[in-house]
Design a protein around this ligand. Structure first.
Ligand code: GLU
Length: 465
């Protein structure tokens, strides 16, 4: 059996981190077992679905590296097939026509609630043939669900879960307007797509019993199910916008790296000993559903930043450069190759100290301003008349230096020695003059990155005040 998994988002909004985690688990499980990972867009609810949401989901998945192994299946294009299966069940006597109007159903519901009974369909048409009164009337198709016994699921995460069939009523599979219900469409699609493992949020667990009844009625082999606990916010309620960023594209905007987000989401609800950093190649080798926890996971934004910082540090600076430049350009800082070279020279040092791409761009901004960047108050306070005079002197001294990091480091030390000053006293006003701030990468790196002409110009500008 070749493993086939699927991620099946409803395009009613952006891709949420919970969905991204579900997609990732499906992709990992398929990869681990040499199978395939598919995507189905569940867009049968035309009023709530939008083209824009479909595009956003596809973009988010592509950004995460979670595009499917086969072209996506659109559920709305398969409605004829859903109807066909419903009619097959009807023809085999495993489903029946039910003629209640929506008003009658609502009344049935209200009666049940008033009598404190669960609001289930009473099965009126289950064993009745339509008479002349029903001729030409619209009808829904309902599954003739088993009434005795239990429906049992061996869930790969939740263990054995069961429900008494008496508690499930005869669900509608095809509405009177000919459209399939969601539960029915999912079963037909999962079957036709050859899905062997359904890995999804545990909010779908109760649907699974009903879906299994359809699989069973059709005599189709049920897929294996794995229902993963939902993601909660720090306060223990279901994760929502109130808690902070929830959409994949928001995290992207904040400068989270896709591989870091995946690592974080993987660990949210799944563990392998206490390994925290589990890159994708490793996850593809060790991911196992038995290591998925049963309790809800809590979104921890600080932890995500920590993991992002780890990935940022390890990243190839060349791979980060375009994104950092894009952010700087978007911030209104236009620059050409010379300024890009400054950013490139700073990147390795900045990667050590920043947690996100947004922080990285912010920290690199000083290098691409035209002339001295705006000075913060702390930096301005360092530029006393004495410090300014020294900057002029230092500029003169450094103008003889060969302009690279090692040489500049040596020249600065020599200068401090000659003047009998601690290096810090030379470096701090210099940093203020070059960057407008009291924090920056090491001063030799900063000097070298700016280039001789720009660095000396900034020093002289600061010296003049
Ligand atoms: N479309 C459903 C959702 O977005 C998922 C259904 C499934 O995975 O079976 O929650």
């Amino acid at each position: 059996m070749t493993v086939r998994t699927r991620f099946a988002p409803s395009p009613t909004g952006f891709l949420h981190v919970g969905g991204a985690r579900t997609a990732y688990y499906n992709a990992l499980f398929a990869r681990r077992h040499g199978g395939r990972y598919l995507l189905r867009i569940e867009d049968t609810d035309r009023t709530r679905s939008s083209e824009e949401a479909v595009q956003q989901i596809l973009d988010s998945l592509a950004w995460l590296g979670l595009s499917p192994d086969e072209p996506p299946v659109f559920q709305s294009q398969r409605m004829a097939r859903h109807a066909e299966v419903a009619h097959q069940l009807l023809a085999r006597g495993l489903a029946y026509r039910a003629y209640e109007t929506p008003e009658e159903l609502a009344a049935m519901r209200e009666r049940a609630i008033a009598e404190k009974r669960p609001p289930r369909y009473d099965g009126y048409w289950r064993d009745r043939e339509p008479g002349p009164a029903e001729a030409g009337k619209p009808y829904a198709i309902r599954l003739k669900a088993p009434r005795e016994g239990e429906t049992v699921i061996e869930d790969l995460v939740q263990g054995t879960v069961r429900v008494a069939n008496a508690e499930l009523d005869d669900m509608i599979i095809l509405r009177s307007d000919g459209t399939p219900t969601y539960l029915h469409a999912v079963v037909v699609d999962d079957h036709d797509m050859g899905i062997t493992h359904v890995i999804r949020g545990d909010d779908h667990l109760t649907n699974t019993f009903r879906q299994c009844q359809i699989f069973d009625a059709m005599g189709w082999r049920r897929p294996h199910f794995a229902h993963i606990p939902l993601i909660h916010g720090a306060d223990g309620t279901k994760l929502s916008k109130r808690h902070g960023a929830v959409s994949v594209l928001e995290f992207r905007e904040q400068g989270i790296l896709p591989e870091a987000l995946l690592n974080y989401l993987l660990r949210l609800g799944w563990g392998h000993g206490d390994e925290e950093i589990v890159p994708r190649e490793r996850a593809e080798r060790i991911f196992d559903l038995k290591d998925v926890g049963r309790g809800p996971a809590r979104m921890d934004y600080a932890k995500l930043l920590h993991i992002n910082a780890v990935y940022l540090r390890k990243a190839d600076p060349e791979a980060l450069l375009p994104e950092v430049m894009r952010r700087l350009a978007r911030g209104g800082l236009m620059f050409g190759t010379e300024k890009a070279a400054r950013v490139r020279a700073l990147l390795p040092a900045l990667q050590e100290r920043c947690r996100t791409l947004a922080e990285l761009a912010e920290a690199a901004a000083f290098a691409v301003t035209d002339g001295t960047p705006p000075m913060d108050a702390k930096a301005a306070a360092l530029l006393t008349p004495e410090a300014r005079a020294r900057l002029a002197d230092l500029a003169e001294f450094l103008s003889g230096a060969e302009w690279n990091r090692q040489e500049l480091e040596r020249w600065l030390r020599d200068y401090a020695d000659i003047k009998g000053l601690p290096l810090k006293e030379v470096a701090q006003p210099l940093r203020a003059a070059l960057t407008g701030s009291t924090v920056s990468p090491p001063i030799d790196v900063t000097l070298a990155a700016l280039g001789k002409e720009e660095a000396l110009a900034r020093m002289l500008a600061a010296a003049e005040g």
